[in-house]
Design a protein around this ligand. Structure first.
Ligand code: AP5
Length: 216
C-alpha cells in the first residue's frame, strides 16, 4: 500500500498520516520531520535545508529527491508507506513515479485535504510539537495530558516556521507550486479530496472510507 497525503500547511495531513499509520501498521514518512531531524543533527542535508524552511520556502528539489530516494530504499518501507509532505512539486511527483516504475510499483491513492485559509492559520499558530517522537498537539484542539509536555515526557516546542508571517508564505508556496500536483494525480485517476474542516475523528473516518472504497 503506497499512499500520498497532500494538502496545504496546517490542514492536518501529518496528524491523519500518524493515525492511519498506527491503525494500519504502515510506515509514516514525513519529509518535514526528516528535515527537522537533519537540522538538529547538523547533517549536510540539514545545513542545506535550514534557511529555506525558516523562510517558508521549499527546499530545492534535488535535495529532497535524493533524501527520498535514500529513504524509500530502506527495508522497512518495502511493503508500503504513507507519504506526508512529499511530493510537493511536479518535479518531485515525476521523480517519485520514475523511482516506483523502476521497482515495478506505483502509488495506490492520493488523499488531498482541503480547508479554509483562516482555519489553517489558527491550527498552525496553536500547534505544539514534540522534537523527540514528532507527536503533534494543539493548544485548543488536541491538548497534551500534561501541560507543555508530550506523552513521551519531552518538553513541547513551537516550530520556528509556525509564525503568522511564515504561514502566509507557506500557503502561497502551496498554491503556486504544490497545488499543480492535484491536476497531475487527478489526471491519473488517483486523487480523492477530503474536507478537513471537521473534528479529528470525523476526518479520520473520511480517510478510512476512502481507503476502504479504493480496495487497496
Ligand atoms: P512540513 O513539516 O511538511 O509542513 P507543512 O506541509 O507545512 O505541513 P504542516 O506540518 O504545517 O501541517 P500538517 O498538514 O501536517 O498539519 P498537522 O497535522 O500538524 O514541512 C515544513 C517545511 O519543510 C516546508 O515549509 C518546506 O520548507 C520543507 N519541506 C518539507 N517537505 C518538503 C518537500 N517535499 N519539498 C520541499 N520542501 C519541503 O496539524 C496542524 C495543527 O492542527 C496541529 O496542531 C493539529 O493538532 C491540529 N489539527 C489537525 N487536525 C485537526 C482537526 N481536524 N481539528 C482541529 N485541529 C486539528
Amino acid at each position: 500500500m503506497r499512499l500520498i497525503f497532500l494538502g496545504p500547511p496546517g490542514v492536518g495531513k501529518g496528524t491523519q498520516a500518524a493515525r492511519f499509520s498506527e491503525r494500519h501498521d504502515i510506515v509514516h514518512i514525513a519529509t518535514g520531520d526528516l528535515l527537522r531531524t537533519a537540522i538538529s543533527e547538523k547533517t549536510e542535508v540539514g545545513l542545506k535545508a535550514k534557511d529555506f524552511i525558516e523562510a517558508g520556502h521549499l527546499v530545492p528539489d534535488e535535495v529532497i529527491i535524493q533524501l527520498m530516494k535514500d529513504r524509500l530504499q530502506a527495508s522497512d518501507v518495502q511493503s508500503g508507506y504513507v507519504l506526508d509532505g512529499f511530493p510537493r512539486t511536479l518535479a518531485q511527483g515525476k521523480a517519485l513515479s520514475d523511482l516506483l516504475k523502476q521497482n515495478g510499483s506505483s502509488i495506490d491513492r492520493v488523499i488531498c485535504f482541503y480547508l479554509d485559509e483562516a482555519i489553517l492559520l489558527e491550527r498552525i499558530v496553536g500547534r505544539r510539537t514534540c522534537p523527540s517522537c514528532h507527536s503533534v498537539y494543539h493548544l485548543r484542539y488536541r491538548k497534551p495530558e500534561t501541560d507543555g509536555f508530550c506523552r513521551c515526557g519531552t518538553a513541547l516546542i513551537k516550530r520556528t516556521d509556525d509564525t503568522a508571517e511564515t504561514v502566509t508564505e507557506r500557503v502561497a508556496v502551496y498554491n503556486n507550486e504544490t497545488a499543480t500536483l492535484i491536476a497531475y494525480y487527478k489526471g491519473q485517476g488517483l486523487l480523492t479530496e477530503v474536507n478537513a474542516d471537521r473534528a479529528l475523528d470525523a476526518v479520520s473516518e473520511a480517510v478510512e472510507q476512502v481507503f476502504q472504497e479504493s480496495s487497496i
